[in-house]
Structure formats: C-alpha cells, structure tokens
Ligand binder design. Sequence first.
Ligand SMILES: Cc1ncc(COP(=O)(O)O)c(C=O)c1O
Length: 460
Amino acid sequence: MSFHFSRTPVATAPVATTYRRIATPLPVPESLPLLDELAAVETRAMHGQMPIVWDRAKDFQVWDRWGNCWIDFTSTIFVANAGHANDHVLAALRRAVDAELLHSYNYPTEIRARYLTALVAALPDHVDKAYLMSTGTEATEAAFRLMRIHGQCRGKGPGVIAFDGSYHGRTLGAALMSGSAASRDWIRYEDPHVHRFAFPFGADDDNVDWRAVFHAELEALAARGVDPARDISGMMLESYIGWAAAFFPRAYVEAAAAFAREHDILLAFDEVQAGFGRTGRLFAFQHYDVAPDLICCGKGIGSGFPLSALVGRGEILDLPETGILSSTHSANPLGCAAGLATLEEFERHDLVAAAERKGRRLLDRLRALQGRFPDHVDRVNGRGLVAALIFRDPRTGAPDGDTPSRICEEAMRRGVLLVHTGRESIKFGPPLTIDEAAIDEGMDVLAGIMADICGRSGGP
Ligand SMILES: Cc1ncc(COP(=O)(O)O)c(C=O)c1O
C-alpha cells in the first residue's frame, strides 16, 4: 500500500447530522500520542488504516473519544454484518462469561451442541457437519487439507485449482492457493500442484461464452500434462474478488461445478468475506445453481468474536481420523455463544433479505455516481451490501489507485468510513442493519467529495 493517510491534523468543516458528527481536526491532535505509542510497539504491517481511534462502534456507526461519529461502510472489515456490538450477541456473550466457562478445548459442552445444531440447520440442505475454528485462514487451510485428503483417499494426485487475484488468508496453504504473487513471495517456492486459472472478470457480459472460457483453461491444463481425473483433488473459488467485489459469471461457475462433479473433484467456496448475508444470500454461491462440497466461513459468522467454520458434507469432513482436525481454540464456548446469537439475529430480522433490499439502493446510488463521473469511474461491481467503484485515470484510462485513496481520506474527514483497498477501488460493506437513510447520506457525502476531487459536477 503506497498511500499513507496524513498524520498531520487537518481542519475539518463541522458536521452534525443524525448519523454523523465531526467536531475536531482529523486526526484528532490529542490522539497522536496513542498513534505514536502503537507505531512504537506494533508491527508496521498492522498499520496503514485511517488515523482515527475507535472508541465505540454500535450498529452502523463508529465513535471516537472526542465526539466524532462516522457512518460505517466497512463493518470493520466485513465482520459486523449483524451490526456492531449487536445487543443480542452482547447479551449472549455476557451470559457465557457469567457461566464461568471461558474455554473447553474439545471436551463436550452444551453451548457447542446447541450452536452446531443451529448452524447446520441454517445451512443449505446438503451440509450436515461443521468444524469450528477462530480465523478465516484456518477455514481455507482446512479446506485445502480436506480437498487433498479426499483426493488421496480416491487415489488422486494433490492438484488444486485456484484463481488469480483471489485471497484466502495468510497461513501457508491459504497463501499457496491465493492468487497474488506478492502474497506468496515469502514462501519462496510455488506449490507445483496448485494450478491457477485467470479470474473471469466481466460477470455481466452476456456476449462472452463463459463455459468456453472455463474449458479453455482446462485445455491449457491438459497441454501441461495435467489430467483432472488423475491429478486434481479440489477447486477453490473465492466467491468474489475482494478488492473489486467482482463476481464470477454464472455460466462459468456452473461449468466449473459440472466439471468437478464429473471428475470427482471437491468444490470449495471461500465465503469468509461473502458469507453471512453480505451479498443478499446467506452465501454468495447461492446466486448460482451449485452445491459446494466445502464452504469456508469466517468474519460475519461471529459478529466480532473470532470464530470461523468449515462446513460441508459429513462424509468429507469426517475423513480425518479422530483428533486430527482440531485445535486448542476450536469451538470456544464464547465463540459458540456469539455464533448462535448471530444466527438468531439473522433469523429474527431477516438480515439476508435486508442486505438484498438495501443493496439495490446502494448499487443504484453508485451507478448514478458512475453516470456523473464516467471518465473516472470505470465500473461498478456488487451484489447485496458489498460493492466497489473501480477508478481509471481519465487521461490514460489506466487503473487509478490514487484518487480512491484521496476520496477515502476526505470521506473520513466528513464522517463516512469507506473501505480503503490501496488499489483502484473503493469498497462498500456496511453492516446489514444500516438505515437506508444513512446509505443515502453516505452517498450524498461521497458525491460531494467526488465533485471536489474528480472536478466535475452535475446531479445524478
Ligand atoms: C475471502 C477471504 N478468505 C480468507 C480470509 C482470511 O480470513 P482471516 O483474516 O480471518 O484469517 C479473508 C480475510 O480478509 C478473506 O477475505
């Protein structure tokens, strides 16, 4: 990430609306010692986010200690789907803390039985087992492992198909599958059995024969001597490319699923970011007519408590011997309480339908911005309550990574938190509980900033 948010306090125009309040220069001068303290003792790899000190986050708003308040279009990082500090989740966590069982390793607990039963019941019909962990990367790592174990059981090679541009986490197996060469550099070798396909950008382009695009990748694989029936154990799809909110074309995914079925290859979806309602379905794969063998869940599953899960068909999840697929913090009782309360909130408030409905509004507003700034906004991607504006340089047409960063910084100064990707995109992922009026207000602010920065005006 080459852009650095200014650490010099900048005067702001006062803002006081129902949803936003900006009352100090930003960063807040009094916050600088804390920012310095963190810089001194924390790895710089942790840094790079906007210099505001989060003090409290509730529903779709974030506060600092100095009276500033932002509308949150980040859900931190696609975690607070059920709303920040959701009351029902908080109450469940308080009860769990008061029960004086902070940890139970793999010893049986009632809360784990209740949570897993509810989780499996909430999942698509073909899913009947789950393995609980703490982070998204553990879930994709476990899927990598299970795809290979399953292949091994069938006498197949360890091949896994993954996609350029995808992101699956920071642990070794997840990084080996991830599609950015930079994120694999440190490993200093490539896994010769991970075969990466080009991500099929252009989901809405009906003029492309996406089945043929998929089959061309298979032919290229065959030309390298790879036989799917013999060599490939699994295929891992990130439901959308994170930085761009770019989805797979429907025909491509359905061709991939048919190919996987035909050759006894496990189909895994990385739903760590896309799952739990984000795209207007419980899982993004439900936009397609497919039934993945493995589904990796994280982020929104625990509403902020570190919880993740690999879910799928029992016959696959039960392949490892007893004790092999477990870790110290799997199925922590607090995680189970947070997970169960999250599911209940989804059910009670139909957050999936809310994401679909509010997402239409968000996308309409973003498309209007594209119409207003067509030289700068190359594309609008999104489904449900995840979306991205993709920027290009109006003079060269090349990807423009600078303007989105400047817009994100200015939005912070005006009381709106956007997802800073460090690339040619701005991403939007508010809690699914956000008021539609807050979406509108955030989009009005964004339109004003774009008029200032992109230098053109006119109303959508
Ligand atoms: C699609 C996807 N997979 C996996 C991960 C890794 O999750 P975690 O950071 O919880 O390990 C992320 C995190 O951003 C993600 O977006």
